[in-house]
Design a protein around this ligand. Structure first.
Ligand code: GTP
Ligand code: MG
Length: 319
């Protein structure tokens, strides 16, 4: 608190998160070292959230950090554009210079949530539900008027574990979260409920923190010391019922050059997202393996039963 002033200081004494700002190489290394427990498995991160919150920019930022150069594969809205992303698109990130291999996680981008009619909102939530279960193929264009039908060529009747979503990232504009319309908050809660029913972990990523206060704009390392950001997170946590330890903040790359601190913050967030998703992916794989063992056991019992019945059929009648 400043002397003689009732206004609280913009910075908290202590950072609310531990981030090794000087150790970007080990943050990068830990993302580079990530491998799902089972080979051929791919971790799917679904990036969801209100229109214009910075979803596509977040995907580009993650790509930029991992590739060490600015990437703009996911098209980003010019400031005035509303609902810019309309297609469900999954981004793979090449690993290594020659692009021969990819990271074992993908980021899926989708149309933003906005305050439409009640019917349109319900449609959107139904689409997200199908996305979470892996029923929507890449390239699907969202239609607010009707959910994807089972006859649609982008409908996937038999999703594999890799098609399903393993972690849901809710991207929220830190400057607008309190202005979010009730309809959008309701949609977020409905989507959360769907994800929770499926056991999918959820993470919130606050964006545009550089516009939130001059302290962060001047030095992104102050992010978790910013009083206003902490307040925003707490408000959001209260409104939407999100635990604080599942909430993170990033400054997306817009038109700036890459810098170590912004990279470190994005990597730190990404690592948490991967960890949450990986726990769920492993659980899914274990459940699937167990259910296939149960199925195998059941068919072994059935085969044994068939053999016994056949043996009984050929037994000589007792004298
Ligand atoms: N200053 C600042 N601007 C950002 C940040 N993230 C995104 N933006 C800007 O916000 C605008 C919207 O970004 P997008 O990434 O297109 O947002 P979106 O959520 O994908 O938008 P829709 O696809 O329309 O739902 C763009 O003009 C971005 O440059 C950020 O962290 N800081
Ligand atoms: Mg977008």
């Amino acid at each position: 608190m400043g002397r003689g002033s009732s206004k609280p200081a913009p910075l908290l004494d202590k950072s609310q998160r531990k981030i090794s700002w000087r150790d970007k190489p080990s943050a990068l290394q830990s993302v580079n070292n990530y491998r799902p427990q089972t080979e051929d498995r791919q971790l799917r991160i679904l990036v969801c959230g209100p229109v214009g919150a910075g979803k596509s920019s977040f995907i580009n930022s993650v790509q930029s950090v991992l590739r060490g150069r600015m990437c703009a594969e996911a098209l980003v809205a010019p400031i005035s554009e509303d609902c810019f992303t309309k297609k469900y698109t999954t981004y793979k990130i090449p690993k290594g210079k020659k692009g021969e291999a990819f990271y074992p996680f993908v980021l899926s981008d989708m149309m933003g949530l906005k305050e439409r009619s009640r019917r349109n909102r319900k449609t959107h939530v139904k689409d997200v539900k199908r996305l979470l279960k892996g029923h929507v193929r890449d390239g699907y264009t969202f239609n607010p008027e009707c959910k994807i039908s089972k006859e649609d060529r982008f409908y996937n009747e038999t999703p594999t574990i890799n098609d399903k979503v393993h972690v849901l990232v809710l991207v929220i504009d830190a400057n607008r979260q309190t202005l979010m319309r009730k309809e959008v908050v309701d949609m977020i809660q409905d989507i959360r409920d769907e994800a929770s029913d499926l056991g999918i972990p959820q993470v919130v990523v606050f964006t545009k923190i550089d516009e939130l206060c001059p302290e962060i704009k001047n030095d992104v390392k102050k992010v978790y010391r910013s009083r206003i950001l902490q307040e925003k997170m707490q408000q959001f946590s209260g409104t939407v019922g999100f635990p604080m330890n599942c909430m993170f903040a990033v400054k997306n790359y817009t038109n700036t050059n890459l810098d170590n601190d912004t990279d470190t913050l994005i990597l730190n967030t990404l690592k948490h997202v991967i960890d949450f998703g990986d726990d769920f992916l492993n659980r899914m794989v274990t459940d699937q393996e167990e259910s296939s063992i149960v199925q195998e056991d059941a068919s072994t019992v059935a085969e044994f039963h068939d053999v016994q019945t056949a043996q009984c059929d050929v037994q000589e009648p007792l004298p």
